[in-house]
Write a protein that binds this ligand. Structure first.
Ligand SMILES: *[C@@H]1O[C@H](CO)[C@@H](O)[C@H](O)[C@H]1NC(C)=O
Ligand SMILES: *[C@@H]1O[C@H](CO)[C@@H](O)[C@H](O)[C@H]1NC(C)=O
Ligand SMILES: *[C@@H]1O[C@H](CO)[C@@H](O)[C@H](O)[C@H]1NC(C)=O
Ligand SMILES: *[C@@H]1O[C@H](CO)[C@@H](O)[C@H](O)[C@H]1NC(C)=O
Ligand SMILES: *[C@@H]1O[C@H](CO)[C@@H](O)[C@H](O)[C@H]1NC(C)=O
Ligand SMILES: *[C@@H]1O[C@H](CO)[C@@H](O)[C@H](O)[C@H]1NC(C)=O
Length: 423
């Protein structure tokens, strides 16, 4: 969860963090139900989609935007065994948002054309807000939640209340469409505030799950280990000087040539990425990991004074998250919240009933520069899938909040039929 600021003055501080009164909840996004027949396969049950109007002037047409209302951090990113990309995001049904957040939901076959789905994990207003987190696929049923199933999804998020941030778990038996909160929540509770954004990784050598979570104001990331995704033990910490959020811990290929995204893999490294709320940037720290302790490389670019470098030159990319479920030899894939924390809530798109966009999806790998230490290569995910796609205005989207037009929405139909297209 990103703590964002209202733009007020050139010398704003974190005291400016907005906490508007939690008012009446707007009507929930319209859920449109349709059942579809897939080439010879009857898709059992109803599939819900969320209508939106993507034809108004402020709507980005490549970047993902929420169907309506407020969005911030990408959450729970994963790619399933069929290659479908799943993205959740911090969602609030009021603009500007308060602290109450849920997980909005969307899926895509190519990371550019998205199908909006109903809220995946809903908040309990004024009781527990569903803040940022991650998702993994428990293909071996380590949690015990998934008898006879290899595609169970387990999500981790921070439950926010005004006095406690603690780590909750929810599980999904329908490939991420709906989640059930684990009855034994919280799974990690230190009875403190500023403790958030769990990100989980499978560590094969010890057959353990590793969770990183931010002690945001205390300048460190805690590493936890678990064999069953339920019982967690802290195994180490990693310090980083800033107010930090949304830690990401991933494996990433170290390649031979920065200009060749498929050049020889020299090494498989670990990388910690940390969103630095003080600067509104995302720092990356390559290193090694032995199952308990992350050891950063010591060689950072001279240009950053020996500190961890930022992923981007600008400060309009934040809360970067990486997809779970990729092969270790693939380049990793990220999505960022396309924002500067100074103006997050101060953009004109609220006149169209929505606010905030994601970055384009990006591929990344590491290279070893001559004098510059480890460098992160970043390039947009191949856009060629968009080349022959119909422009948005041919898509049969219903106006927001109208039930008079039923969009022909797809999940799994051929790519030529309508999709939620964000250009
Ligand atoms: C949440 O709290 C606010 C402020 O106290 C109040 O106005 C609102 O009605 C509450 N909402 C719910 C759903 O209880
Ligand atoms: C999944 O775990 C549960 C609980 O341990 C167990 O009852 C079930 O048999 C397991 N299923 C498989 C296929 O391993
Ligand atoms: C799992 O599969 C076994 C064998 O087919 C079956 O007996 C059992 O009822 C199944 N369990 C669940 C929860 O579906
Ligand atoms: C949690 O912290 C609060 C505030 O410090 C304290 O009042 C409360 O007793 C604590 N609860 C537990 C279970 O430790
Ligand atoms: C090469 O890398 C790019 C970027 O990660 C990726 O899109 C593409 O699929 C890769 N090609 C092959 C043949 O692996
Ligand atoms: C991992 O590295 C840390 C720091 O060097 C060390 O204390 C710990 O014993 C190592 N653990 C394993 C399993 O090798």
């Amino acid at each position: 969860m990103t703590i964002y600021q209202v733009r007020q003055s050139a010398h704003e501080t974190l005291d400016d963090v907005i906490t508007p009164a939690m008012g009446a909840r707007a009507p929930h996004p319209i859920l449109l139900m349709s059942s579809i027949l897939l080439a010879g396969v009857v898709y059992l049950g109803l599939i819900s989609h969320v209508a939106a109007n993507y034809s108004l002037p402020w709507r980005p047409q490549v970047h993902f935007t929420p169907p309506e209302n407020w969005m911030n951090d990408p959450n729970g990113l994963y790619r399933d065994a069929n290659g479908l990309w799943h993205m959740y995001y911090q969602y609030a049904d009021v603009i500007p948002p308060g602290n109450d957040k849920s997980w909005g939901s969307a899926t895509s076959e190519n990371l550019y054309a998205w199908t909006n789905l109903p809220i995946a994990i809903d908040d309990i207003p004024n009781v527990s807000s569903i803040w940022s987190g991650s998702a993994v696929i428990d293909s071996e049923n380590t949690s015990g939640f998934f008898p006879n199933q290899t595609d169970g999804v387990v999500a981790f998020y921070t439950s926010w209340t005004s006095t406690i941030q603690s780590q909750f778990m929810a599980f999904s038996s329908d490939n991420g469409l709906t989640f059930t909160n684990y009855p034994g929540n919280p799974v990690i509770n230190l009875n403190i505030t500023d403790f958030r954004d769990p990100k989980v990784l499978w560590y094969a050598p010890t057959e353990s799950w590793i969770l990183v979570v931010s002690h945001a104001d205390d300048g460190f990331i805690a590493f936890y280990s678990s064999s069953d995704l339920i019982t967690w033990t802290q195994v180490s910490t990693f310090s980083h000087p800033s107010i930090q959020e949304c830690p990401q811990f991933i494996t990433i290929p170290l390649r031979a040539n920065i200009w060749e995204p498929n050049s020889t893999i020299i090494d498989q490294m670990y990388m910690l990425a940390i969103s630095d709320n003080t600067e509104s940037t995302v720092k990356y720290v390559p290193g090694t990991f032995n199952g308990t302790t992350f050891t950063p490389v010591t060689s950072f670019p001279a240009a950053t004074g020996g500190l961890a470098p930022s992923m981007d030159f600008g400060i309009d990319s934040y809360a970067t998250a990486f997809y779970y479920g990729l092969d270790p030899t693939e380049n990793v894939v990220s999505t960022s919240w396309a924002v500067n924390l100074g103006y997050a809530t101060d953009v004109p798109t609220s006149s169209e009933g929505w606010q905030s966009a994601m970055s384009v999806p990006r591929n990344h790998f590491l290279v070893l520069g001559a004098d510059d230490g480890y460098l992160l290569a970043s390039l947009p995910v191949d856009m060629s899938s968009m080349r022959d796609t119909e422009p948005y205005h041919f898509l049969p989207w219903a106006p927001a909040k109208s039930s008079s037009i039923i969009p022909i929405l797809t999940r799994g139909l051929s790519s030529s039929t309508s999709k939620c297209l964000h250009l």
